[in-house]
Design a protein around this ligand. Structure first.
Ligand code: SF4
Ligand code: SF4
Length: 389
């Protein structure tokens, strides 16, 4: 991938390959297909629409644009697509979400009104550095816990949702680092660009990536750690491939598991007497392949019992919180979040944990409409509760 990421024409091979098959495996477990049983909204249907538009059989009008607002960029279709199993073509492809993003980028020129929620997010981000349009005071609520060190090799990248919407997660992150004497630095971070990139404002996203890249490089850090899977997948996958950021990037679960093992932090933990079920964030699991580290940490917390839901790891049900879906479809997103809560209720869990501020916010939002016995907690919040000073 390169700066050419937004060029829909470059995906013609994948679209043609699907056209030779049209098996429909990709519909299995797509959260949008679960919601709207209409072929046009399915992953396969979307590819057929793109093909028809590129060949001039359909015009990129409002109806088409509306269909393409129905995707959470959860990557479930990439996992289930028959091309992964050599059933379609010997050359596997795993770029369905990149195809949808490139097509959103193409459609937005024709449909600013249909994409008005995405335009709002883009304008907010370019003006204030965050998609919520909050005044730039990212670390204001963290003053009493933040303890950055200029010479630290580790850079903590907090992300917009944890600092502006779930600041208890950002505080818990800083607190855990403090308790373990883990030196870290911070930068004047702006949005990693995930929301505007995934909703199709690719050129604008690249301009933000360049700014963050410059600040990250100026800090002199050796590794980047983030607690938000959206930031993690952007920084590790897209910053590396699109703007050439050359630095090790880790999700906090990977970084902390290493530190816990090195320092036997397990011995400094109080018990957490709950049955916990773990919700895999799409951008941590399917997007980045991180499934075991959060589970390994949860399993080692004294007295905590981990019980899995039926749909886990690469088949984890999307909570609906990604790809701009919450902004454009606030009602439907609560149905998706509610379905994930129902999955959890079929276990004995009293806590649904995840490791993503977006999932946590969205699942808590879903709780208002789908009452559940379970408390929704980020693993960072649990760690801050159990690790002793
Ligand atoms: S990325 Fe997720 S929501 Fe979008 S089409 Fe694929 S499975 Fe459906
Ligand atoms: S599973 Fe893959 S090849 Fe089959 S219809 Fe879906 S996108 Fe096309």
């Amino acid at each position: 991938m390169s700066k050419n990421v937004a060029n829909i024409e470059k995906f013609k091979f994948q679209i043609d390959t699907c056209d030779n098959c049209r098996c429909g495996f990709c519909r299995i477990q797509c959260p949008v297909w679960d919601l709207i049983r209409s072929e046009a909204y399915s992953p396969r249907g979307k590819l057929q629409i793109i093909r028809a538009v590129l060949e001039g059989h359909l015009s990129p009008d409002e109806t088409i644009a509306q269909i393409f607002t129905y995707c959470t960029t959860c990557e479930q279709c990439q996992v289930t697509c028959a091309s992964n199993y050599g059933l379609v073509h010997p050359r596997s492809y795993k770029e369905l979400v990149d195809i949808y993003i490139a097509f959103r980028n193409y459609l937005k020129e024709y449909n600013p009104e249909t994409f008005k929620d995405y335009v709002r997010i883009k304008d907010n981000t370019l003006k204030t550095g965050n998609p919520y349009g909050e005044e730039y005071n990212r670390f204001a609520n963290l003053k009493e816990v933040l303890n950055p060190t200029d010479s630290a090799e580790t850079l903590l990248f907090f992300g917009c949702t944890s600092t502006y919407r779930t600041d208890n997660i950002a505080r818990a992150t800083a607190s855990v680092f403090n308790k373990l004497d883990l030196p870290y630095n911070i930068i004047d971070e702006i949005c990693c660009s995930s929301p505007i990139f995934r909703t199709g404002f690719v050129e604008e996203a690249i301009s933000l990536m360049e700014k963050n890249k410059e600040r990250i490089e100026e800090s002199g850090c050796q590794e980047l750690v983030t607690t938000c899977p959206g930031c993690y997948s952007m920084l590790d996958k897209y910053y590396r491939n699109v703007v050439g950021l050359d630095i090790e990037v880790k999700h906090a679960s990977q970084f902390l598991l290493e530190k816990f093992e090195e320092r036997n932090v397990w011995a400094r933990m109080d018990g957490f007497k709950h049955i916990v079920t773990f919700h895999d964030p799409c951008h941590l699991g399917r997007a980045m392949g991180v499934y075991e580290e959060p589970r390994e940490i949860l399993r080692q917390i004294p007295m905590l019992e981990l019980e899995e839901m039926d749909r886990t790891r690469e088949n984890s049900r999307c909570c609906g919180g990604g790809g701009g879906f919450r902004a454009s479809h606030p009602e439907e997103v609560t149905v998706m979040a509610g379905r994930r809560l129902e999955d959890g209720e079929r276990t004995r869990a009293t806590v649904m944990a995840s490791w993503c501020p977006n999932c946590i916010m969205n699942l808590r939002f879903g709780k208002k409409y789908h009452p559940t016995r379970m408390e929704i907690k980020d693993v960072m919040e649990i760690l801050d509760e159990v690790i002793r000073w």
